[in-house]
Design a binder for this molecule. Sequence first.
Ligand code: GLN
Length: 195
Amino acid sequence: MAGKVRIGVLDLQGAVREHLNMLRSLGCEAVPVKKAADLEGLEALVLPGGESTTLGKLMARYGLLDAVKRQAAAGMPIYGTCAGLILLAKDIPGSDQPRLGLMDIRVKRNAYGRQVDSFETDLAIPAVGEEPFRAVFIRAPYIESVGPGVEVLAEHDGHAVMARQGRFLVSAFHPELTDDTRLHAYFLEMVSGVR
Ligand code: GLN
């Protein structure tokens, strides 16, 4: 294995530091990405939670939508949490917000409504082990439907909340806000698969 995995976390807005810390605790070199030049030399990228409309607009303004799409086309794995999931979705009914649109998923934003806009639950995610995963949902989306190439990795109340399509991974919840590193470790395995 040739050195540490160098991995970026989009740093425009949202829960950035928690991802950096978790990736570092797993032995990665984790760096914040604020502009297109920061993508140079990265093996993978994490898109954090936050506000997807704001994130998409800022990405467009800083040339990051095109730059990340180019890297993704060249083979770079991407993991999106919550707003990051929305940025990766091809289909967001009723919205033309700027986004990467790399995954064949249809997403419903703020899917859990105002009443229970944030909650935690124990989620079965067989791909990361038998032990349930404590999932933190914050004004979270869910995935309404997926295309043929998409593997659903977890469901909550009948809706997909974690999925993978090739080298792209998404979760509607925030694993970086717990101390369970299994999802980040799963993503790093995808990254070494690409290596
Ligand atoms: N509700 C936010 C959006 O639609 C996502 C929330 C989050 O990332 N925690 O962009």
